[in-house]
Design a protein around this ligand. Structure first.
Ligand SMILES: *Cc1c(COP(=O)(O)O)cnc(C)c1O
Length: 383
């Protein structure tokens, strides 16, 4: 793919939203730029207070937070993990790394989220975890998912990469499952280039999470004065981001209201401006249920066919505009097929992934840039 900065209107554009540069300088001046420095501590406190979660831990990525969750659940070879086929590879790879077998669920045609009505039939005695993904920051049907998980005593890990600050029936996303994983990758609403966080709602996992994240040592307890030397106590890895990244991230979190206002406006502008056009050409617009608060993470449309989508991408490209498709069905990927995935297993995923198109969307998008995208869409006539 051509780098998007070669185009007039890129798909995504990470932007400074506040005190990022000042805070990075401060982090350097603090003389503590490794992990869990002053900025990381501020973020942990802020997230725990905002979301009323017993423990949050910054990680180097959402992928790594998911990997931690797979270890914390003691995922073993032969265990099964239920994931939507329509998601990013890390949702499932984190568990496959522990030897788990992916079981792919189809998604709902309206929200593109894990279809909770098809969940129960995928459960077996080997099911270790269910990993719902709040696609586009629109919440999954958490009441139904949690009821099924609780009935069968199966852990839920929310892949909340896109859903931070979203709510389902008034409850924060990321606070339903035993754990959840957030992404602060530069393509997300709030970002620091590469970063993530693990939210731990079930307190049983807190102590081991700290150990895993600190290379398998009890260093966190040592720093709290709970043990007089630190040592190797478990498996583990290095999942702490530098405090320079935390400095950047804190500034983004502090600018959260500005970021969400901007994104909300862009989302609704697309939705209203494209309404008549979409109806005329049988283009589907996003569906957001009334009982949820979405995060305005993306604006997508679903076109009548793969063919139309390909032509529309070209049409936009000729006008300097980058619009991109999204996940290819995981069950039909090279790896997915090795686990037995076949065409027809997840019909909604297969159909949607061929036809979904994401429009340019970033915090600093100007009204005139957005108008250009809308006019370019409306001028497309190769239906
Ligand atoms: C972005 C994303 C990830 C991966 O996040 P990283 O921080 O890049 O590891 C995982 N799952 C979903 C649904 C995502 O959107």
């Amino acid at each position: 793919m051509t780098p998007s900065m070669d185009y007039k209107i890129p798909f995504n554009k990470p932007a400074i939203m506040g005190e990022e540069m000042a805070y990075i300088k401060q982090a350097v001046d603090n003389g503590h730029i490794s992990g869990d420095g002053p900025f990381s501590k501020k973020i942990h406190a802020l997230l725990q207070e905002t979301f009323n979660v017993p423990k949050t831990l910054l990680t180097t990525s959402c992928t790594h937070a998911l990997e931690m969750s797979a270890i914390l659940l003691d995922t073993q070879p032969g265990d099964e993990v239920i994931v939507p086929s329509f998601t990013f590879v890390s949702t499932v790879n984190a568990f496959v790394l522990r030897g788990a077998k992916p079981i792919f669920a189809d998604v709902r045609a309206d929200t593109k989220n894990l279809d909770e009505t098809q969940l129960e039939k995928l459960i077996t005695p080997r099911t270790k975890a269910i990993v719902p993904v709040h696609y586009a920051g629109v919440p999954c049907e958490m009441d139904a998912i949690m009821a099924i998980a609780n009935k069968h005593d199966i852990a839920v890990v929310e892949d909340n990469a896109q859903g931070l600050f979203g709510t389902y029936r008034g409850q924060w996303l990321g606070t339903f499952g035993a754990m959840s994983a957030v992404s602060f990758h530069e393509t997300k609403n709030i970002q620091c280039g590469e970063g993530g966080a693990l939210f731990i709602n079930d307190e049983r996992y807190i102590e081991r999470a700290e150990i895993l994240r600190e290379k398998g040592t009890n260093r966190s307890r040592y720093f709290r004065g709970q043990v007089d030397k630190y040592t190797w106590v478990d498996i583990g890895s290095s999942y702490l981001p530098s405090d320079m990244l935390a400095a950047y991230l804190l500034a983004q979190l502090e600018a959260k209201d500005t970021i969400f206002e901007a994104r909300k406006h862009i989302w609704h502008t697309y939705d209203q401006a494209l309404c008549a056009w979409a109806e005329e050409h049988a283009v589907e617009q996003p569906f957001v249920p009334n009982h949820v608060q979405q995060t305005y993470h993306m604006y997508y449309i679903v076109l009548p066919s793969l063919d139309v989508r390909s032509r529309l991408i070209e049409h936009l490209k000729e006008r300097g505009i980058v619009a991109v498709f999204h996940y290819q069905p995981l069950h039909l990927s090279q790896m997915g097929q090795q686990y037995g995935g076949q065409i027809g297993d997840c019909p909604v995923t297969e159909s949607v992934s061929d036809r979904l198109l994401r429009l340019p969307f970033y915090n600093t998008m100007t009204p005139s840039e957005q108008n250009e995208v809308i006019e370019a869409l409306q001028s497309f006539n190769a239906w």
